[in-house]
Ligand binder design. Structure first.
Ligand SMILES: Nc1ncnc2c1ncn2[C@@H]1O[C@H](COP(=O)(O)OP(=O)(O)OP(=O)(O)O)[C@@H](O)[C@H]1O
Ligand SMILES: [Mg+2]
Length: 112
């Protein structure tokens, strides 16, 4: 199992969510975060205004997936989050050792 952490443009959250639902993703955690990449937050346009601060608002999606679904989920996020502009975001993948569904006590891939 893997944990996908995707930092994306806030304006792309709905399109990513819809695209992931279409391929059968059953759970997503969304957080509003702040961050910067290579441009250090400068000269990036946020909602039509050029902002010159270090940390820009971004959205963070966390999605636990089986190894089998990993590539498909990554490709779907890439496609649906892309605007071809700077600041489109990043996808981080980490190993996930355990998942437990609290209600049923199931653990492992069935709990995803
Ligand atoms: N190395 C990193 N570690 C942690 N978070 C990062 C890293 N790089 C980018 N991020 C997060 O992703 C967000 C978007 O990054 P961004 O897309 O601007 O990356 P970039 O490398 O500057 O690429 P681009 O040149 O396309 O803008 C940042 O605001 C930050 O929250
Ligand atoms: Mg950048």
């Amino acid at each position: 199992m893997k944990l996908i952490t995707a930092i994306i443009k806030t304006t792309k959250v709905d399109s990513v969510k819809d695209a992931l639902a279409k391929i059968g993703v059953t759970g997503i955690t969304l957080s509003e975060v702040k961050g910067f990449g290579r441009q250090k937050g400068h000269k990036e346009v946020y909602r039509g205004t050029e902002i010159e601060v270090s940390f820009l608002p971004k959205s963070k999606l966390e999605i636990a997936v089986t190894d089998e679904h990993l590539d498909k989920v990554i490709k779907t996020i890439e496609k649906s989050a892309k605007t071809d502009q700077i600041g489109d975001g990043k996808i981080f993948v980490t190993d996930l050792s355990k998942v437990i569904r609290i209600r049923t006590g199931e653990s492992g891939p069935e709990a995803i």
